[in-house]
Design a protein around this ligand. Sequence first.
Ligand code: CA
Length: 228
Amino acid sequence: MAATVLIVEDEPAIQELIAYNLQQAGHAVLQAENAERALELVKDALPDLVLLDWMLPGASGIELARRLRGDKRTKAIPIIMLTARSDEQDKLAGLETGADDYITKPFSPRELNARIKAVLRRRAPESTDDLVEIGGLQLDPVSHRVTTGSQPVVLGPTEFRLLHFFMTHPERVHSRTQLLDQVWGDHVFVEERTVDVHIRRLRKALEPAAQDHLVQTVRGAGYRFSEH
Ligand code: CA
């Protein structure tokens, strides 16, 4: 499962180069040349990660990072700052604003990809291609396959996304609203009971393998994926 990466960079050549490299690495790319355009794009759909140039015309990268962190809807988006300066002071300021990581230009595509992967693994594990395994259940985002032992589990696309999110965020209670935001997308208008319908389908699909107990109802709170 590829991540959607928003690149905010005012130098067209660098923006294109980064976009090309990320697409080669299998990511979907959104491009903005300034903070204002970036905010417009974020309004439409939340990216999985923002690559943010420090020096932008108009509002700076730091200001944009602050705005993203200050808004409930966008505060959890992972941010990697890009800068031409390797000043330690800048680095601290960037991290204090809430950036997850920091890369100094010029950087190699390989370094950038490694950093992106590390941040996503930490902050948004459901958008990486890593195979996940919990309680005898194995989910492979690359082949879109779920197996238990050697038996395949057949899931619809929504149940697959739901299970992927659960397996990458186990042992936590997720409310229906949180699941809608994370699995359906935050601007999608879906009733909360839709979540219950897909939970039921997911449990049903896990039943033959006796793994439906992994999807637990937490009364008055939501759902939890747990092997305990
Ligand atoms: Ca710049």
